[in-house]
Design a protein around this ligand. Structure first.
Ligand SMILES: C[S@@+](CC[C@H](N)C(=O)[O-])C[C@H]1O[C@@H](n2cnc3c(N)ncnc32)[C@H](O)[C@@H]1O
Length: 253
């Protein structure tokens, strides 16, 4: 038996967790769009559960892109074994969007990925280029860098906002004290470390219309408290933990 093709239990668990999270993702974006016969790209598809969800909703073609080969291998093998009915509908690829041949896309979706994307401005430009007129980007992501756990625990500061108080050089040294996998930047930890204000700037200047934008999208009481505190201007960055938005391409470039 080939070890490469084994589906590991923790990956299966993560895929199943995605199936629990997907309805919440759509809910925070105001509901799932009508995917009937749509062509969709999931940027940062991970284990692939959002792609399966979209295929189950009647999409004609779903392409999951990710830069983690291990996850793409899992997603393809899981597709082959457990969703053979979508063999001609879904494709998972280890590929940069800039190298994907597709155009005339109806929807880009991206769940919990934008805070990991290095070069988000270029990625948004690629999305716009590939969308058909009227096509949309559905993106929801967090925790944002300046929020209590915005480092995803990767700097090893292990204190709410601990990472947000120190310069990158310090955080890199701190991380390297505790981790055998040495890094030279926050980017090496798989995080772009963008503040909320920079995401807002990128969305406003990307050439697509902002159809929907919600910060702190969650019904949890702590999130509502965050929204209240974030009204205080100099606290906005630190009390904004996620961002959900819909962008629309309204005209040809
Ligand atoms: C936290 S995971 C989220 C995966 C999945 N969307 C989910 O919700 O479970 C973020 C994923 O984004 C991928 N990623 C980061 N930058 C990317 C890029 N520029 N293009 C495609 N995938 C990217 C990472 O490899 C990682 O698998």
């Amino acid at each position: 038996m080939c070890a490469m093709l084994m589906l590991q239990q923790d990956d299966i668990d993560y895929f199943n967790l995605g199936q629990v999270e997907n309805p919440r993702y759509w809910g925070r974006l105001g509901g799932k769009p009508n995917f009937k016969d749509a062509v969709v790209i999931d940027l940062g598809c991970g284990h692939g559960s959002l792609c399966v969800d979209i295929a189950l909703s009647g999409a004609r073609r779903v392409i999951g892109l990710d830069l983690n080969m291990r996850l793409i291998d899992f997603a393809n093998e899981n597709l082959r074994r457990n969703y053979p009915q979508f063999a001609d509908t879904i494709e998972f690829r280890f590929q940069n969007l800039s190298e994907a041949p597709e155009s005339d896309i109806d929807y880009f979706v991206s769940k919990d990925t934008f805070e990991h994307v290095i070069g988000l401005e270029q990625v948004l430009a690629e999305m716009k280029k590939r969308l058909k007129v009227g096509g949309r980007v559905y993106a929801g992501f967090g925790p944002l860098w300046n929020s209590p756990f915005g480092d995803h625990g990767r700097t090893r500061m292990l204190r709410p906002w601990g990472h947000a108080l120190f310069p990158e050089r310090f955080l890199v040294n701190w991380h390297n004290r505790f981790d055998s996998q040495k890094v030279t930047s926050i980017h090496d930890l798989g995080l772009n470390a963008l503040p909320l204000a920079e995401y807002l700037r990128l969305f406003r200047s990307c050439g697509m219309a902002i159809i929907f934008l919600q910060v702190n999208a969650s019904k949890r009481p702590v999130s509502r408290l965050f929204s209240l505190i974030s009204q205080v201007p100099f606290l906005t960055e630190y009390f904004s933990h996620n961002l959900y938005c819909i962008l629309e391409k309204q005209s040809k470039p």
